[in-house]
Design a protein around this ligand. Structure first.
Ligand SMILES: [Zn+2]
Length: 282
């Protein structure tokens, strides 16, 4: 970390200081000339993390004197929802469950409660997800398919309608990751989609992510495959927390997202470096 960085205070994150939480939340005071890019570089924290921790709706508006909260090391916080387990949280971040034990001073037998906050280091996020080279995209969220692509009876109106994407149900606040690298071309509210992000990918496709509770990217931002782009929610026309994941080809026609994703059994697996095959959880 640069010596020029001004840290006005180091605060052990609220989560049970008595338990020896293994990361710091630092306050960074923005200096003149700073941008989200320079802060990201100097503190080694991704831009999406900065936006996520500070609920920045317009990252270019940060100005000297503003205070930003940043985790050290880089990582994300998840607010435990009812029904969550350490395993389900690890899966939401495509991370090994063991990595949550040390970081949060938990044991495999530990119980977690709704409202509790769990820290997941960036270094382990997306470790467990195998994307074959023949597949254009990775799963943007770990969850259960709640509505397929194609004709359906609309879940709210009841009318026959064409469902242009794939609905993946996941807990409120679960992370949503870019399906591949590209540039954010829309980030904001769009009618029934609620909070929505569109990414133009280098491979010619556009992906869309709807109903987010929070958006963690801005228009024009370059994202890598697996960058955090937002959090699962139920904004817009929606019956519960899920991601509407849509894929358009280079001619702007929607296609079945399942044809672009790894098979369901590869949603949570670790890749073996030696032979290129995968093994692990489900
Ligand atoms: Zn949908």
């Amino acid at each position: 970390m640069s010596r020029r960085v001004i840290l006005v205070c180091l605060v052990l994150l609220l989560l049970m200081a008595t338990q020896g939480f293994a990361f710091l939340l630092v306050t960074y005071v923005v200096r003149s000339g700073d941008s989200i890019h320079t802060v990201s570089r100097e503190l080694g924290v991704s831009m999406s993390t900065i936006i996520d921790f500070n609920n920045l709706s317009n990252p270019s508006s940060i100005k000297a004197g503003d205070r930003l909260f940043l985790p050290q090391p880089d990582g994300l916080i998840y607010n435990v929802q009812s029904g969550d387990t350490l395993e389900s949280i690890a899966k939401a971040f495509f991370a090994p469950v063991e990595s949550l034990f040390d970081t949060n001073n938990l044991k495999s037998s530990s119980t977690i409660n709704p409202g509790q906050r769990v820290f997941i280091p960036m270094s382990v996020i997306n470790m467990y997800q195998y994307v074959p080279q023949s597949t254009p995209f990775r799963w943007p969220v770990y969850g259960v398919i709640s509505s397929a692509y194609g004709w359906r009876s609309h879940p709210v109106s009841g009318d026959a309608s064409f469902h242009s994407g794939l609905d993946i149900a996941a807990p409120e606040g679960a992370p949503i990751f870019a399906a591949s690298k590209g540039v954010v071309i829309f980030a904001g509210v769009n009618g029934g989609y609620g909070n929505m992000v569109d990414i133009q990918h280098d491979n010619g496709y556009v992906t869309r992510y709807g109903h987010m509770s929070k958006i963690c990217v801005y228009v024009g931002q370059r994202v890598d495959s697996g960058s955090l782009i937002g959090r699962v929610g139920s904004t817009g026309i929606s019956t519960g927390p899920h991601v509407h994941f849509e894929v358009k080809d280079s001619k702007n026609n929607t296609m079945n997202p399942l044809s672009t994703l790894p098979t369901r059994d590869l949603m949570y697996v670790i890749r073996r470096e030696d032979d290129g095959t995968s093994a692990g959880g489900k």
